[in-house]
Design a protein around this ligand. Structure first.
Ligand code: WTA
Length: 678
């Protein structure tokens, strides 16, 4: 990336968004019941108590063997947390709650079709199911601690059951977002070295029963072409006992989980005591260049961090009904639908379908029906729901005490609507900033202790020490309000261990840039580089400006531009492709694609359609470009680099700036006219 692009990104965002906002106080009613009301918490987590302060988080868990060392930082940046300790995530999320909460709802499943009654799965029932599934994974697949298994599942109870069954055995699960294509799944199967794929026949989405099994066939085929043989495909049935997919079963390879489970009924599998540092799961995250990164999360540190932040940031009590509307296929779902809430005996809601199906009021009906009092969603969803009538109050009967937002910056206008209309000016809001790599929240207000400020993610959470560097690596003074590269100086328990199979890429991506001395054994020299731009206001609240590099954040989902470009390039007529982020009222950011074709290419509309299809097939519907512009050439630097910045300016109706130094400045006006008209 050139400096000019980096500056552009910063300046554009600061100029558009930055204005100091007034504070909002949490309601007294909320404060009176909050789990964290102790104003000394930040002091307890002060730097002089680092890293021992994190014992408080580890103590929330049940350990089979106590840990000896809180942080082993002897080999930066490969931190080790709670070493010597042994625990099991499945035991912590299920077994240990049985005494007190046996017949309390652990998970409540809401089908998309409204005539299907929500299913409350108690902790007792979850315990049975997880044990039986673990026995099946052992018995049918011979899976054992350290093996990887790929899950390609939508939002049904089968997903958390499978995750917890894997965790029980120490098997590393790698769940691929259900909306991703078979071929995206194949890349992740290959990278993780999985020999088993766990999928489902079908699921509901926007009123359609989607054939998901077809994706498994593509995934297995493509994985095999990539050199990774999948021995078995295990298929859940959306309606147990019935096969809901038109795609035939492959003999000898495909098995129905519901059939097999009959042989394992009532079976118990002892939770395997795992080292605190044993990997719990992989979560693939889009990188700036090509290949997705297998973010490898550890068992002890991760679970301690998500349990503690679920408790103190989201204020989830066992008596609450908590609904996070994200997908478990993303890190938010892993941390804040499954592991965090279940570790603290919450009741966590899983909704199968599209939030706006069959209409915009569906979420409020679900909230009312289940008595949800803690709600967690993204700015994209908030904007979409707000579209119903930005000024008309919503007539939801919901009574939230707490609401979380995550995934992208939320503009103050949408924040206020969320606060006033959805939260009825009573619910506290936590705007939580973090990343797949981070395990859990890094910046957010503590809901009973800090005032809220619309548009700001709030101060760093206890034990988290952000620093902002300018591009030359100088620390930007705290509270200066200047933007720069958001970094975290101290390690914390939720950070990934490494990128699966690629330690070098881990170091290069997250620690190389501002490392003071690569030979240093002192963690102070190894700040974590988030890749986000941010500014620190005088009150210590961080305003996140989005990615400094070129990842496109669509509806809170990160998509690598290079991944999208390369999908477009699979269309034979396309010579060059560049995707750009375009501001959108509802979704925040949407991708628009520019492709260049050789002169004389017939039927550009057909090319555009094929580009859309390629993005959907190779990456998934989420990457579907809003628009495809077929152009005769791309604006390029003299060294031949496509100037994405210029294209982004055209798409966003911004001034393209000085283009005279380009190799082909005349093309800019041609493209501008094509996109914007004369
Ligand atoms: C962005 C999602 C502003 C940010 C948990 C980050 C945010 C990327 C916020 C990570 C927030 C996330 N305010 N921006 N509250 N939360 N982001 O890995 O750019 O899917 O780097 O993790 O989303 O996305 P990821």
């Amino acid at each position: 990336m050139t400096d000019i692009e980096r500056t552009e990104a910063n300046e554009a965002q600061i100029a558009v968004h930055w204005k100091e906002e007034q504070y909002f106080e949490p309601a007294q009613e909320f404060i009176d019941q909050a789990l964290m009301r102790d104003p000394t918490m930040r002091e307890r987590f002060g730097e002089k108590n680092f890293p021992d302060c994190f014992r408080e988080y580890a103590d929330i868990l049940t350990w089979f063997k106590p840990y000896e060392t809180v942080l082993d930082a002897s080999n930066p940046p490969f931190w080790k947390w709670f070493t010597g300790g042994k625990l099991n995530a499945s035991y912590n999320c299920v077994d240990r709650h049985l005494d007190e909460h046996r017949n309390k709802g652990a998970l409540i499943f809401v089908s998309e079709p409204e005539d299907e009654v929500p299913y409350v799965m108690t902790y007792q029932e979850l315990y049975h199911r997880v044990n039986e599934m673990a026995a099946l994974l052992q018995g049918e697949c011979g899976l054992k601690a350290g093996d990887r298994v790929t899950l390609h599942l939508p939002m049904t109870l089968d997903l958390p059951i499978t995750m917890l069954a894997c965790a029980r055995l120490g098997v590393i699960h790698s769940q691929v977002f259900g909306g991703f294509s078979g071929s995206a799944c194949a890349d992740r199967i290959k990278d993780s070295g999985s020999h088993h794929l766990i999928t489902i026949d079908a699921y509901w989405r926007s009123g359609k029963l989607i054939d998901h099994k077809a994706n498994a066939d593509i995934a297995v085929k493509v994985a095999e072409e990539l050199g990774q043989k999948v021995d078995k495909v295990l298929i859940w049935q959306r309606y147990p006992g019935k096969y809901s997919s038109p795609t035939p079963r492959v003999d000898g390879r495909d098995v129905f989980i519901n059939d097999l489970l009959k042989q394992y009924r009532g079976r118990r599998v002892a939770p395997v005591p795992m080292d605190a540092e044993a990997p719990l799961f992989l979560m693939y995250s889009s990188g700036t260049t090509g290949k997705p990164k297998g973010c490898q999360h550890r068992t002890g540190g991760y679970l301690a961090y998500v349990a503690a932040t679920s408790k103190y940031v989201q204020d989830i009590h066992p008596t609450d009904t908590y609904w996070c509307m994200a997908d478990i296929g993303w890190i938010t779902g892993h941390s804040y639908i499954v592991y965090g809430p279940l570790a603290i005996a919450a009741t966590s809601v899983i909704y199968e379908g599209t939030p706006t199906y069959p209409d915009m009021n569906r979420p409020w009906r679900i909230a009312e029906q289940l008595g949800v009092n803690i709600f967690h969603t993204s700015p994209t969803a908030i904007r979409a729901l707000r579209r119903l009538g930005p000024d008309a109050p919503i007539h939801g009967p919901q009574h939230f005490k707490h609401m979380t937002t995550v995934g992208e910056p939320i503009e103050p206008k949408a924040w206020r609507w969320y606060y006033e209309q959805v939260g009825k000016s009573k619910a506290v809001i936590c705007d939580t900033w973090w990343q797949t790599e981070n395990g859990g929240f890094l910046c957010s207000t503590l809901p009973a202790l800090d005032k809220m400020k619309p548009g700001s993610a709030g101060p760093a959470l206890p034990g988290i020490y952000p620093v902002i560097f300018d591009d030359e690596g100088h620390e930007i003074p705290k509270g200066s309000g200047r933007a720069g590269n958001m970094c975290i100086r101290n390690p914390w328990p939720g950070i990934i261990q490494t990128i699966w199979g690629d330690d070098q890429r881990f170091v290069d991506t997250y620690y190389r840039r501002f490392c003071k001395n690569p030979n240093s054994r002192d963690w102070r020299d190894w700040p974590y580089v988030s890749g986000d731009g941010a500014m620190d206001a005088p009150d210590g609240y961080f305003r996140i400006l989005g990615r400094i590099d070129d990842v496109i954040n669509v509806s809170g989902h990160r998509l690598g531009t290079k991944e999208i470009d390369s999908a477009c390039l699979t269309v034979p007529e396309v010579s060059e492709a560049a995707v750009v982020p375009v501001h959108d009222e509802i979704k925040g950011t949407v991708p628009e694609v520019y492709v260049s074709v050789p002169s004389g290419t017939k039927d550009p509309d057909a090319v555009a359609r094929r580009v859309v299809k390629a993005c959907e097939d190779i990456i998934g519907k989420i990457a579907r470009p809003e628009k495809v512009y077929v152009v005769p050439d791309m604006p390029k630097t003299r060294s031949g680099k496509i100037m994405r910045r210029v294209l982004a300016s055209i798409s966003n109706r911004r001034d393209v700036g000085d283009v005279t130094s380009l190799a082909n400045p005349e093309i800019v006006e041609t493209i501008r006219i094509e996109v914007q008209g004369k």
